[in-house]
Design a protein around this ligand. Structure first.
Ligand SMILES: Nc1ncnc2c1ncn2[C@@H]1O[C@H](COP(=O)(O)OP(=O)(O)OP(=O)(O)O)[C@@H](O)[C@H]1O
Ligand SMILES: [Mg+2]
Length: 620
């Protein structure tokens, strides 16, 4: 997302005297920051209160930037020359990163400029002192120049510890180019481009509208959701999903954990008092944006209850107590878990949905699979339609050899017990010693919650030959991505060395996962980013992209379950369906009806590309 270079966030500016004693402080709940320069090309950060006129102007000379917490919307700029520190918080992380990037890029250019333009030349020039120009967003040429500089300095330097704090801090020192951490700014995932249709949804989400966006598996819904979350102020945004795996995928928590009403089975009055007394109450009161991924698995009655809870706790009668909703998911994937004998009630069947969801959008372009023939098969399976050709193509995969280099296919099972049994027995069958890796949790009291919320186990038992899956993006360019499949080759000083399908070897090291509790505090788990991957349940695979997968669909029990399993594969060549049968595939008729109405409405609102309108109308 391009911005005009300004940033809106909370800011505190503190001025110190030469002894380091605080002499002046200004706090802005909502500050507008702008980058400007005068006629001598000196750069400034200008700060003013939202709707205020008075401007504080600080020269960007001799500055250091603390960028460790930028992904949480926090950063500090230390102005060494004027002995002043500006602390920024509650900034949309994507905008904050962009803002700092512009500072870095423009200052990289400026250093050269000022060398060419010494003071004498400045004074001899006829430029007046007073002029102030807003700094434009960085140009491609400026970005390239800054990248070149960053890489040329990165060879000779290391991270510098902060003088005021023994913890390592990542610093960007603009006047001593020996500190290269600014390079990290380029490694930020926000650099990957959104497509035009994804951008349209992002714009809608940022315009405070209540939106629901859908699309078949792999259309980048969660990818886009992460970008939306990064563009919203973190203090007033809560990212949730219906399941722990999906929540972790977008850096959030489960909707149940956030809402503070347990499973929502209690009476409404009881839910009111549970939510008001729980740690969630203060979050309910302060949030402005509620994000929910995998909305298809949220029960309609539960959704109605949390809508009422929101109004009650916030003492605000507007739908959802005035909170903006950003909902995303595919109702043709897994339905809500239904109580025995009861029909699942979808979220779109709830009263709250009718009241709250104003704008809908359907993403069309599939990114997970590149082969159009496979995408066509999956789209047909999604709506429960299996032609003879499709059945034959899927049956033919049963004989495929998809393993290579000792990396076996992951078996997707309809039931979780089956998946656990396969993993345990396969591990037991391997010869050799087990190595146990225990997670380090920030608070042992929350280990159970972390077990539920995170894909990474608290206790991980591995042996040479164990089939594993990577749980973090380590190096996207080399294929070491979340979901990549590998095998343990050996232990080097008790650390597992993993061989991945993409050909890479990776010596595992501790990684960190964090979740925000319903009360807003952060919990952490450190563990090596691996889990056993002989088998997973289909429910636990929802939202994932898997690169070598086999399945037996004989015992599927939910609509959309076969579609979810099949659509995890990236290609027909990396998929093996053991016993395909047309009866394993069906779509829920209520959902099909919903999508028919949905598409009709989209056409009326002109929300899908014209060329697709007729095709989509006939599809269902
Ligand atoms: N604009 C894009 N450019 C490049 N890759 C993309 C883009 N959008 C999504 N992807 C990639 O496509 C894959 C699928 O994306 P994602 O998991 O977000 O899909 P999804 O719609 O949430 O799928 P599901 O319904 O299965 O949860 C991911 O590997 C993601 O990184
Ligand atoms: Mg997803």
């Amino acid at each position: 997302m391009e911005t005009d270079g300004s940033l809106i966030c909370s800011a505190t500016i503190e001025w110190l005297n030469t002894l380091g004693v605080l002499i002046k402080k200004r706090t802005y709940k909502t500050a507008v920051l702008r980058l400007t320069r005068n006629n001598f090309r000196d750069m400034f950060v200008e700060v003013r209160a939202d709707k205020g006129k008075e401007v504080t102007r600080l020269q960007l000379k001799g500055v250091r930037v603390l960028n460790r917490y930028m992904s949480e919307g926090k950063s500090s700029i230390i102005f060494n020359e004027v002995k002043c520190t500006m602390l920024l918080s509650n900034a949309p992380p994507a905008n904050l990163i962009n803002f700092m990037k512009i500072i870095f890029i423009k200052m990289t250019g400026q250093t050269e400029q000022s060398l060419k333009n010494p003071l004498r030349e400045k004074l001899l020039s006829n430029k007046s002192l007073g002029g102030v120009q807003e700094i434009s967003p960085a140009t491609i040429a400026e970005i390239d120049k800054a990248k070149e500089k960053a890489s040329s300095v990165s060879r000779v330097t290391t991270t510098t510890p902060s003088p005021s704090n023994s913890r390592k801090r990542k610093l960007i020192n603009q006047n001593t180019p020996s500190i290269p951490k600014a390079k990290k700014l380029y490694a930020n995932p926000t650099i990957r481009n959104l497509t035009a249709e994804q951008n349209k949804v992002l714009e809608m989400a940022l315009s405070q509208k209540n939106i629901f966006f859908t699309g078949s598996a792999g259309t980048g819904k969660s990818f886009l959701l992460k970008r939306i979350i990064a563009a919203l102020p973190p203090d007033t945004t809560i990212a949730t999903a219906s399941t722990g795996v999906a929540a972790c995928h977008i850096g959030g928590i489960t909707l149940h954990q956030f809402a503070g009403i347990g499973l929502g089975h209690a009476t409404l009055d009881r839910c009111f008092s549970m939510a008001s007394q729980s740690a969630a109450a203060s979050t309910w009161r302060k949030i402005k944006h509620l994000v929910i991924d995998e909305i298809s698995m949220v029960d309609g009655d539960y959704f109605d209850k949390i809508e009422a809870v929101a109004r009650h706790v916030r003492k605000n009668d507007r739908p959802f107590g005035g909170i903006q909703l950003i909902l995303c998911g595919d109702f043709l994937q897994l339905p809500p878990v239904s109580k025995q004998e009861q029909k699942a009630k979808f979220c779109f069947e709830s009263e709250a949905w009718k009241k709250c969801v104003h704008f809908s959008f359907e993403l069309q372009q599939v990114h997970r699979q590149k082969d159009p023939a496979f995408v066509k098969i999956l789209n047909s399976i999604r709506i429960g339609r299996v032609t003879e050709d499709i059945a034959n193509t899927l049956k033919a995969t049963s004989l495929q050899k998809i393993e290579n280099d000792g990396i076996l296919a992951t078996r997707l099972c309809s039931h979780i017990n089956e998946a656990n049994a396969i993993n345990n027995s396969q591990l037991a069958c391997l010869p050799g010693e087990s190595q146990i890796f225990m997670a380090q949790d920030s608070d042992p009291m929350v280990s159970q919650t972390l077990d539920k919320q995170l894909p990474v186990p608290g206790r991980l038992e591995l042996k040479v030959g164990a089939q594993v899956m990577l749980l973090k993006n380590i190096n996207i360019a080399n294929g070491l991505v979340n979901g990549a499949r590998g095998v343990i080759v050996k232990f080097v000083d008790d650390v597992p060395l993993v061989h991945f399908r993409a050909g890479e070897h990776y010596l595992a090291k501790m990684e960190k996962w964090s979740i925000k509790s319903s009360g807003g505090s952060m919990f952490f788990r450190k563990q090596i980013p691996l889990k056993l991957a002989w088998a997973f349940s289909i429910h636990k695979s929802q939202g994932l992209t898997l690169d070598c997968v086999e399945m037996s669909l004989g015992r599927v029990f939910d609509s959309g379950q076969a579609y979810v399993a099949l659509s995890r594969a990236q290609s027909l060549q990396s998929l093996r369906v053991l016993d395909f049968n047309v009866n394993q595939v069906w779509a829920n008729t209520t959902v099909l009806e919903f999508y028919k109405r949905f598409r009709r409405n989209l056409q009326q609102m002109d929300m899908i590309p014209l060329g697709r309108k007729m095709k989509s109308a006939n599809k269902l």
